[in-house]
Write a new protein. Structure first.
Length: 373
């Protein structure tokens, strides 16, 4: 398993954030970096709904089952908006580790049990194996021709969002004026912050994708940065554990951390933590979505996917912390806002790396050497 006790760890993180924010009713972000709604999201493309026949059949099916690596609080606004638009359909969403998503579906499907209609994960290598096993319906949503090319990841697989990896800080331990704003600055400050910097393990598929994207962007100098960071950096199994230790002051700074934390760092919690994008390269990781070949509710799944890829659906997903990429979506966490913060040349956005499977073992080995694993 890539991440142990992921859901429990993130639940604990939310509890700690709530404790830090005790007594506050603030819901807007007080982050120093400041998510921005001022970026121009561009012009929305034409509405491309599914057919009336699919909607009718979806309503008859009455529900859609999703296995997702996005946590409940991240999924909640999207699900609420979908169910409000289609009140005859109930969404059942289960948060799992990426590896658990694929394993659970395959086990249930093999025994003839009802399983997920939609899978949603960020593990490219695991998803490619899942596709190769014949587990994905080769279906293209009507929205896909209106999306950026990088959103179409594989036959039947499309990105619901492009989620950034960010830096997160404890402001009490490391004041804002001293916080590094780029990977190069992290590397330069590493010796003086020895043991107070952290990131997640390369066994985590998101860390692997982020490292691969960063190295593709930075070239050989990227390894120089990582090798400078390695001996001085703590490594945690997942974002939940790392965020807890940031809140407690065990760590002062972290890099390549799930951007899902952006939506949680609000109110008085933002007096303890803040976050920023990395100005010399912010990796954006596709969160892939696919309808399963054995879906019990295939039409409801098509309808949910269509809604999630629409401008309306992407705006709803934004409220949970997803990073929409579709033109015309106003969102402080969206690609246009990230680009405004770091500059277009420092936004590492794309689809799946076609060479990742063949080179992942070398990346993992070299990363482990650099970080003393």
């Amino acid at each position: 398993m890539f991440v142990t006790k992921r859901i429990a760890a993130l639940a604990s993180t939310v509890a700690l954030l709530a404790l830090a924010a005790c007594g506050s009713s603030t819901t807007t972000s007080d982050n120093d970096a400041g998510p921005s709604n001022s970026a121009d999201p561009g012009t929305a493309s034409a509405v491309t709904p599914v057919s009336d026949d699919v909607i009718s059949k979806a309503t008859s099916e009455g529900s859609v089952v999703i296995y997702t690596s996005a946590d409940d609080q991240v999924m909640a606004p999207l699900i609420k908006a979908f169910e409000a638009k289609y009140p005859g359909i109930t969404v059942h969403s289960t948060a799992l580790d990426d590896s658990q998503i694929f394993q659970r579906y395959q086990t249930e499907h093999a025994t003839g049990a009802a399983s997920a209609d939609i899978v949603m994960a960020q593990d490219q290598v695991g998803f490619e194996d899942f596709i190769d096993g014949g587990n994905v319906l080769d279906y293209e949503d009507p929205n896909v021709p209106n999306l950026p090319d990088y959103a179409n990841l594989a036959p039947g697989v499309v990105a619901i969002s492009e989620d950034p990896l960010i830096a997160v800080f404890n402001k009490a331990v490391l004041p804002k004026a001293q916080q590094p704003t780029s990977m190069e600055q992290f590397a330069q400050m590493a010796p003086q912050l020895k043991g107070k910097i952290a990131t997640t393990d390369i066994k985590n598929p998101v860390q692997l994708l982020a490292t691969d994207a960063y190295l593709n962007h930075a070239g050989d100098s990227g390894w120089d940065v990582l090798e400078a960071l390695g001996p001085n950096t703590g490594v945690e199994s997942n974002t939940g554990n790392l965020a807890q230790k940031l809140l407690q002051g065990q760590y002062a700074a972290s890099f390549f951390i799930s951007g899902a934390l952006r939506a949680l760092i609000t109110g008085d919690a933002a007096k303890v933590l803040n976050w920023s994008y990395l100005t010399d390269g912010t990796p954006l990781i596709p969160r892939a979505m696919a309808i399963t070949a054995g879906a019990t509710h295939p039409n409801a799944a098509k309808l949910f996917e269509n809604y999630a890829l629409s401008v309306e659906g992407q705006e709803a997903a934004c409220k949970g912390g997803f990073s929409p990429y579709r033109s015309g979506v106003v969102c402080p966490f969206g690609i246009s806002s990230i680009e405004q913060a770091v500059g277009k040349g420092n936004l590492i956005v794309g689809g799946w790396d076609p060479d990742l499977s063949s080179k992942s073992a070398d990346i993992i080995s070299q990363w482990n050497d650099a970080f003393g694993r």
